[in-house]
Structures are given as C-alpha cells and as structure tokens.
Write a protein that binds this ligand. Sequence first.
Ligand code: NDP
Length: 412
Amino acid sequence: MGKALIIGAGGVASVAVHKCVQNSEVFEEICIASRTKSKCDDLKAKLDGGKTKITTAQVDADNVEELIALINEVKPDIVMNLALPYQDLTIMDACLATKTHYMDTANYEPEDTAKFEYKWQWEYKERFEKAGITALLGSGFDPGVTSVFSAYALKHYFDEIEYIDILDCNGGDHGYPFATNFNPEINIREVSANGRYWENGEWIETEPMEIKREYNFAEVGQKDMYLLYHEELESLAKNITGIKRIRFFMTFGQSYITHLKALENVGMTSIEPIEFEGKQIIPLQFLKAILPDPASLGPRTVGKTNIGCIFKGKKDGKDKTYYVYNVCDHQECYKEVGSQAVSYTTGVPAMIGAAMIMTGKWNKPGVYNIEEFNPDPFMEELNKWGLPWVEDFNPVLVDALPEEKKDAELVR
Ligand code: NDP
C-alpha cells in the first residue's frame, strides 16, 4: 500500500515499528529516522527479513531543513512523529513544505514551559487544508484511544454525553523504588503540573494531585487515582458538544508519590536551567539521565494496565451510562514486541492512526484531533492489533462512594 517515515526510535516508536512490520500489507516500506541512528539500526536488525522493507536515517528533528531533505529523499505517504512533543511544529513545517501527511501522539510543547495546549498546532489548520494534507493529532492511547472511545460512545450510544471520566490505571510493578513508564521528562512535567478539569463551560484548576479517588479496576483491583490535567480534555471539551464535565484520573502508588514529592522539594523536577560546574543544565533533564531508561523496564514489569472512559448522558430522553476500556498485560506485551504495556498501548494506536490515513479510511485535509474522524474502523483495528476493548453498560461511577465516605472524600 505505501511508505511511512517514522521519526524517533524510543519506547513508543519501537512498538509502532513492530506493529507496522506485522501490518506489512499497509506498511510496505518504513524508514526509521532519529537523532541516534544506532537505535534505528538496532530496530532494523531485529525486524529485517519480513515483507516490510526497512531503511534507517539520522535526523535532527528540530531542524526543518534537515527534515525536508529527508522527506524528499524517502518520499513517504505519511510522517509518523514518535519523537518528543518539542519536535511537533518543526515536523509539521516539513510536512507542509513537502505536502506529506502527518501524525503524532502528543501535543506540541515549548521546551521552557509546560503548557499542554493544542493552540500552536491548531493554528496550522488552514495551511494543511490548502496543501491538501492531513495532520492527525494525538493517535496514542490517551490522547488517542480514549478520544476514539468518546467519539464511538457518542456515535452509537448517546444523544448527548454530559460527563466523561477518563481513567488511566497502571497496575504494573517494575520493582524499582522510582521509575517512569515513559519519557521521564514528559511524565514528570505532566504529573507535577496543577490539575485541571472542564466543568460547565470553564476550567477548574486544582493543586497537583489534590483530588483523589479510589476505583476498583477490572483485572487490576482497587487503586488510588488522582485528577490530572491531560491534553485530550482540551480537544474533547471542544469536540463533544454539550459536555458538562470532563475529568482525567491516573493511578499512582504511594512510593511513586513519596519519591516525586522529595524530588520536587529539592528542585530536581524543575525545568528552569541552573548553572552547574560552568554549564547550564536543566534539573529535570539531569534527573532523566539518572533514572532507569523506560525501555529497560520491559523485562521486569509485571501486572496489567486498564485504561478507559466512563460516560454518562442521555439516550432517547433517558439517563444512560457506558464504560469502555482496554486491559493490557505488561508481560504479554514484552513477549510480543519487547516492550511493556505503556509503550505498547501508545505504539499500537500510532500504527493504526497512520494506517487509517494511508488506506484513505480517514481522508480530511486539515489539522484534526483523532475524535473528529469516524471511530468505527479504528475500533475494529484495535481488536485486531492487540488492544481489544470491553464494554460495561452498568459501571460503578467514580463518585459512587459508600455513604459514610462521601462527605469527606467528595470535598476536595
Ligand atoms: P523516548 O524518549 O523513549 O523516545 C523519544 C525518541 O525521540 C528517541 O529515540 C529520541 O532520540 C528521539 N528524539 C528526541 N529528540 C529528537 C530530535 N531532536 N531529533 C530526532 N529524534 C529525536 O520517548 P517515548 O517513546 O516514551 O515517547 C514518544 C512520544 O510519545 C512522546 O511525544 C510522548 O509524549 C508520547 N506518548 C504519548 C502517549 C499517549 O498515550 N498519547 C503515551 C506515552 C508517550 P534519542 O534516542 O537520541 O534520545
């Protein structure tokens, strides 16, 4: 069918490359390009010999000219941006210059401020429309699958959705006192930021980890979870019309929180540069360098993830609730592609999103968040490529606490 240029060779890219090779009917050829070419070559060495032709290249994705030269040489149908959020705009610029489709899994972030905003990328909409190319934003799990779940719920089960709770549970254990499951810099920026959710047309801000709930997750069990801001809230609040409240919760164990607090208190999670031995360094980047590489967690992580959305709304004038989620087993992922479930649950939808565009199932020039496309073919592919989903039409709601706990817990 076609050719993809994959930028990045980290945890998520590694899974996406495995999945593209499994889906060789669509991905006849891939080029893996990243800052460190040896990582691309290692992936090629592991997967060469199948039906998908694999090439590799070195590229600095902060450099638009280098990207344009590479795209002109490879001539891909799509660029899959699986590098870091800092590279989104340079890669979009290069796609515009070469009229090539674009996809990513995370919104653009300036290096010096953590914003989690789509505005920079949404500003490209008209230029992509005019160029006749598509930018698919947020084709990971969250954002990504959770957004597709929302579009699917609205299309099939509701006249209007009033409430969405996105629940991201990682019941995995890697045996380290502290490590992050994906890029530590991005992960720590996300959880140390203030919490925020959308209610009645406005954003309500909270302290970091201020709102806590417990939830009993299928196949994982009872976990503490905390309200965070997460980027899909911004686009879902805009695209799911009529929504009254949308929140995002992620589970964290006590050990993670204790370590994070200590690191924060001593300034190690700061993104303000400091001078150290005559050199400017960013504490959070230094911390990243000493923490375990997320890619090394694969063999030692056991347990499951459970990520999904609970919807509450109306159908034919009646109240309705619906929960759709995926459960993924860390060890099974490792056996299949050599990575744990957090990279797996992002890499699989990245491949599927790219395939939707390459096969023409999603064909809309402009810049779109993933929930703006027809969810049905994507939902089918999730079942096919390793992320089957489960539906529950009578779920326990997040705020359904026993009466005696209600007063204490619901006051934030
Ligand atoms: P990693 O840090 O493991 O990998 C990032 C890769 O990008 C590395 O190969 C790195 O190269 C490469 N890279 C970084 N800067 C450049 C550059 N300037 N030029 C070329 N290559 C570069 O990250 P992950 O794989 O964990 O995450 C990838 C993306 O997925 C991130 O944007 C993350 O936010 C997103 N994500 C999305 C999720 C979702 O559900 N939507 C969940 C998890 C992650 P090098 O090897 O040289 O460092």
